[in-house]
Ligand binder design. Structure first.
Ligand code: 13P
Length: 258
């Protein structure tokens, strides 16, 4: 299966000019490896305000790269008086095929709860978007055991989701302690989490969730990406900091294709 590489730019960079510069340099760098690059699915999730200009850049007739656009969040109501929020229709209209839901930074700083995440999931799926659902524990006391909270987050987010939507669900295991710290989980730890996540998803969505893509995220870099994606059970990576450096991101994408 083609590996899925997702770039989460978070609240970076600060101007549209810089954002376009990063995208343009990145596109130039991966052009040389065009033939190989088509074997992975690349999704770039910039801040909402850059989506429109990115869509235009990614749709140029010469762009043979299949780079998809994703949003970093979405609201659960479809329209109305919800100041500051962004709807599924708005992001679809701007060319997004994917949306990140439940990132730990939103859980932490915006007090997003499992219940709120569970309201966003079906709305995004119904709109035809692919969701990248993020789960992960704050601390791990026993390195040989994935904390129960990971299972609980998956179960809560997918509660009530229609089985027919299984093909549109991607789950990213992002242990909070590994995000932005330079200390990633071990590939074995990520594998254990992926097994638990798929098992939990299968309890809700049935056998079809057996091949549900599970990504790893947390301090992924060009130096360590290979260790994660060389495992069959890890279907790709969700990258923060390293995805803002075009050279580093291009290296990651190329190693996922080698
Ligand atoms: P870093 O790659 O910067 O650790 O961030 C991971 C992440 O939160 C991606 O969503």
């Amino acid at each position: 299966m083609a590996k899925i590489i997702v770039a989460n730019w978070k609240m970076n960079p600060q101007t549209s000019k810089e954002a376009e510069q990063i995208l343009v340099s990145y596109l130039k760098l991966v052009k040389g490896g065009r033939g190989k690059v088509k074997s992975s699915e690349i999704v770039i999730c910039p801040p909402f305000v850059y989506l429109n200009s990115f869509r235009k850049k990614l749709q140029t007739p010469n762009s043979k790269l299949q780079i998809k656009l994703g949003a970093q969040d979405v609201f659960w109501e479809e329209e109305g008086a919800f100041t500051g929020e962004v709807s599924v229709k708005m992001i679809s209209d701007l060319g997004c095929s994917h949306v990140i839901i439940g990132h730990s930074e939103r859980r932490r700083y915006l007090n997003e709860t499992d219940e709120m995440i569970n309201k966003k999931v079906p709305v995004a799926l119904k709109a035809g978007l692919k969701i990248i659902l993020c789960v992960g524990e704050h601390h791990r006391e026993n390195i040989h055991e994935i904390p129960k909270v990971v299972e609980e987050q998956v179960a809560a987010a997918l509660n009530g989701v229609q089985k027919s939507h299984v093909g549109k669900i991607i789950i990213a295991y992002e242990p909070v302690w590994a995000i932005g710290t330079g200390t990633p989980d071990t590939p074995e730890g990520a594998m254990m989490a992926a097994v638990l996540i798929r098992k939990t998803a299968m309890n809700i969505l049935g056998l079809a969730a057996k091949n549900l893509p599970v990504l790893y995220g947390g301090s992924v870099s060009a130096l360590n990406v290979e260790k994660f994606i060389s495992h069959d059970g890890i279907d790709g990576v969700l990258i923060g900091g390293a995805s803002l450096d075009p050279e580093e991101f291009a290296k990651i994408v190329l190693s996922a294709n080698s």
